[in-house]
Ligand binder design. Structure first.
Ligand code: SF4
Ligand code: SF4
Length: 389
């Protein structure tokens, strides 16, 4: 829906501010990542609602460069939709997205957002990498391209395909799937950006183009089931693409493969592990159990929860395009650095993730905090790979 369709709803937000907290409204730290960093009301969900109302709905405030930066610093983490207790709570992130669509229509995005969108349009990925290089990560492995009778398409996504740190998770998952005996393949150079971030940034036209192109490829190849490395891909393929494809996040599939005895984790993995819920698996798709069921099935793992978990999880700061655009900016109180400190406080030696974006964000934060010798970031696919008998 367009922003104009939400105008009454936006007006009904009266800036009580509950949406900044966790569900018990306790002060374990503000749970809106941009407010946590800026500590200014304009960088809070309620503040944003009113800025949107004054500038884009009523036209009383000119949408300035600063307004554009505030709007695009939001990580679309959905904490505000989870915590606002009013009837319209689910619509808060829809309003934020509709406001961005309005900014795209008026060409008022921050330069790094425009550049991101241009890169995806020109290259099919935000890294300006050639599509021929998309499956370089799979060289010297037995991971092959999708064939007609394969049960699953393994959709890797841009981060797992091109980012050298996340490629480790892409390879580990491929290896685990091979060990399970599942028939699957990747798209290689035929895979293009799934569009989740493009959609979150408000570029409807480009999102529709990516969706059509990917759908055409899936149909041509006869794809029925898709497993994704990234929760971002999972979110958009599951909720915004045709429901003729059955879509799984890899943690759901691996959990089932362990349960059915197709993956034997008896070799174990001895470590104290804490787990970070990614917003696009947790708050967007209500999947909190599968990653935990995997970790607790592996002998030797002691799972210790952080204070903020599940629907109260604290975003790493990479959502809503910020992983690429970094509109949110750096510093000691960036969400990823706050989250890494929180993980370290548990006494865990491993911070487990199930998202290549979280992996990169938290890896960088670990270095910035100087905690590399105390804590390691590992994707659950890597832990599984090490635990297989
Ligand atoms: S979005 Fe909901 S919780 Fe947040 S300020 Fe508005 S009414 Fe209050
Ligand atoms: S989506 Fe997340 S970052 Fe954006 S306003 Fe809501 S709580 Fe804050």
């Amino acid at each position: 829906m367009a922003l104009a369709d939400y105008k009454d709803m936006v007006h009904r937000c009266f800036r009580c501010g509950y949406c900044k907290f966790t569900s018990d409204y306790s002060y374990v730290g503000f749970n809106c990542p941009i407010y946590s960093k800026a500590r200014l009301e304009s960088y809070s969900p309620g503040g944003l609602m009113w800025l949107i109302y004054a500038s884009l709905v009523k036209g009383k405030l000119k949408p300035s460069k600063h307004f554009s930066e505030i709007l695009y610093s939001c990580t679309m983490c959905r904490n505000c939709s989870e915590e606002c207790k009013f009837q319209f709570h689910d619509d808060i992130v829809h309003v934020l997205k509709a406001a961005r669509e309005e900014m795209v229509d008026r060409q008022l995005m921050p330069p790094m957002v425009s550049q991101f969108l241009k890169n995806v349009y020109d290259y099919g990925n935000p890294y300006r990498e050639l599509k021929e290089n998309r499956d370089n990560w799979a060289e010297n492995t037995d991971i092959r391209h999708y064939e007609e009778d394969d049960e699953f398409l393994y959709y890797v996504g841009c981060v797992g395909s091109y980012d050298t740190v996340s490629q480790k998770a892409a390879r580990a998952l491929g290896n685990v799937l091979l060990r399970s005996g599942l028939s699957f393949g990747i798209l290689g150079s035929r895979e293009i950006c799934d569009g989740n971030e493009v959609d979150m940034l408000g570029e409807k036209g480009l999102f529709e183009f990516l969706k059509e192109e990917n759908t055409k490829t899936f149909k041509e190849l006869g794809v029925k089931k898709i497993v994704t490395l990234s929760p971002h891909s999972y979110n958009t393929l599951k909720n915004n693409y045709s429901d003729e494809f059955e879509v799984f996040h890899y943690t759901q599939l691996l959990r089932d493969l362990i349960k059915s005895g197709k993956l034997d984790v008896s070799r174990g993995f001895k470590a104290k592990v804490t787990y970070h819920d990614p917003c696009f698996l947790g708050r967007y798709n209500n999947e909190y159990d599968a990653p935990r069921e995997i970790l607790t099935a592996i002998p030797g793992i002691e799972l210790i929860e952080m204070e903020r978990t599940k629907e109260n999880s604290f975003c790493c700061g990479g959502g809503g395009g910020n992983f690429y655009t970094d509109v949110i900016g750096g510093g000691e109180n960036t969400p990823s650095r706050i989250r890494v400190r929180e993980a370290h406080e548990t006494g865990a030696s491993i911070l487990a993730v199930s998202c290549p974006v979280c992996m990169m964000m938290l890896e960088d934060a670990l270095k910035a905090e100087g905690l590399e010798n105390d804590l390691a970031i590992k994707d659950i696919s890597e832990i599984m790979d090490a635990a297989l008998a």
